[in-house]
Ligand binder design. Structure first.
Ligand code: TXA
Ligand code: MG
Length: 317
C-alpha cells in the first residue's frame, strides 16, 4: 500500500496561485506545472528541471476557447485537428499572441498548446488557470510515468497530484501548424496518417539534422541510461544477466526477470518503457538490448514510431 504523502487538489491549486511549481498527471506523462501568466513561476520550472532557457514549454489548457488567449489565429485546419484529437496527446504549435510570456517560448514567434485528456489535469487547469508543463523529470532523465519517478528526481516531499501510472507513457505528438508544410517534430500516440486524414493533406518530413532545429527540444541529448542501449542482433538469444532484453514481437521462449516480451502490444511497451529504463539503472544493469523494428511494424502501429524515436534518443543517435 502506498503510504506516501498525498497532495490534494485544493492544496495544489493554492500552491500554483502562490507561484509555485507542482507535478500533475496527464494521459501521456506527468507534467511539472506552473501558472502560464506568472513569469517568476515559469522561471521556477526551468530552475527545478535544470532546463536550458531556449527550450520552450507547452501551455496546457482545459477548454477550447482558451486557445484564443495564446494563438494569434486558429485556422480551419486547426479547428479540424482540435475537434478530432483534443483533449488528447497532440500538441499544436501556433503563431503566438504578443502577450504570451517570452520565457515560455524561448523568444520564438510560436507557442505550443495542448489540452490533456486527464480529469485531474483538467480540474487543476480549470481552477488554477493555463499551466506551462514540461515533463516532470530533471533534465536528462526519462519522463515520469509514475509519482515514484518524480520523487526519485525531486525528493520525497515534492507536491504531486497523484494518479498512479499514466496511460500512454510517451510524450505527446508535437505538430507544427504555424507554417506550411505542417510538420511533426516529435512522434507520439497520434500518428502521421491519422493527422493527414483529418486535414486532407500530406505532412512535411522533418529535416534529419537541421543546424537550426525548429523544435529546440530535438537538439538536446535526451536521457541516456547508464546502461548501454543497443539494438539486438538478428536471432540473438538472451544470455547476459546484466542485460535487460526487450522483445516486442519475437518470443525467445525463455523466461527471466530481465527478459520482457510484448508480443506486439506496443501500447503496453510504450506505457512501460521509461519505467524499464529507470529500473535498469536502479539495478545497475550494464545494457538494454531492444529487438529492432521493421518498416512494416512502424507503418502498422503509430506508437511504434514514437517508441523507436525515444529508444534512439536513449542510444544518443
Ligand atoms: O506529453 C507531453 O507533451 C508532456 C505532458 C506533460 O504534457 N509534456 C512534455 O513537455 O513532454 P516537454 O517540455 O518535455 O517537451 C515539449 C517539447 C520540447 O521538445 C520543446 O522543444 C517542444 O515541445 N516545443 C515547445 N514549444 C515549442 C515551440 N513553440 N516550437 C517548437 N517546439 C516547441
Ligand atoms: Mg521532457
Amino acid at each position: 500500500m502506498n503510504t506516501k504523502k498525498h497532495s490534494s487538489l485544493d492544496k495544489l491549486v493554492q500552491l500554483l496561485d502562490q507561484g509555485e511549481v507542482v507535478a500533475f498527471p496527464t494521459e501521456t506523462v506527468y507534467g511539472l506545472g506552473a501558472n502560464a501568466w506568472n513569469a517568476s513561476a515559469v522561471e521556477k520550472v526551468f530552475e527545478t528541471k535544470g532546463r536550458p532557457a531556449d527550450n520552450p514549454l507547452i501551455v496546457h489548457i482545459s477548454r477550447k476557447n482558451l486557445v484564443d488567449d495564446f494563438a494569434l489565429e486558429v485556422t480551419e485546419e486547426a479547428h479540424k485537428l482540435i475537434k478530432a484529437f483534443w483533449p488528447g496527446p497532440l500538441t499544436l504549435i501556433f503563431k503566438k499572441r504578443p502577450e504570451v510570456l517570452d520565457i515560455i517560448t524561448g523568444g520564438l514567434s510560436t507557442v505550443a498548446l495542448r489540452w490533456p485528456d486527464h480529469p485531474l489535469a483538467q480540474q487543476l487547469i480549470d481552477r488554477a488557470g493555463p499551466l506551462v508543463a514540461p515533463s516532470a523529470n530533471s533534465s536528462g532523465r526519462p519522463s515520469p510515468t509514475h509519482p515514484d519517478h518524480i520523487r526519485e528526481d525531486f525528493g520525497e516531499n515534492f507536491p504531486i497530484l497523484e494518479a498512479g501510472s499514466t496511460n500512454i507513457g510517451l510524450e505527446s505528438t508535437v505538430l507544427d501548424i504555424s507554417e506550411e508544410p505542417f510538420t511533426i517534430y516529435r512522434p507520439g500516440a497520434i500518428g502521421k496518417e491519422q493527422i493527414e486524414k483529418v486535414i486532407e493533406k500530406t505532412l512535411g518530413e522533418p529535416e534529419e539534422s537541421p543546424s537550426q532545429p525548429k523544435s529546440p527540444g530535438t537538439k538536446y541529448t535526451h536521457y541516456a541510461p547508464r546502461a548501454d542501449v543497443r539494438w539486438m542482433n538478428i536471432g540473438e538469444k538472451p544470455k547476459e544477466n546484466s542485460t535487460l532484453y526487450l522483445f516486442h514481437k519475437s518470443d525467445p521462449a525463455m523466461v527471466g526477470d530481465h527478459i520482457i516480451c510484448y508480443r506486439q502490444d506496443y501500447e503496453k511497451m510504450a506505457r512501460q518503457l521509461y519505467d524499464r529504463f529507470r529500473q535498469a539503472d536502479l539495478k545497475s544493469l550494464h545494457a538494454i538490448a531492444v529487438e529492432p523494428f521493421t518498416d512494416k511494424q512502424l507503418d502498422k502501429f503509430p506508437i511504434a514510431r514514437a517508441l523507436v524515436n525515444r529508444i534512439k534518443k536513449a542510444m544518443d543517435i
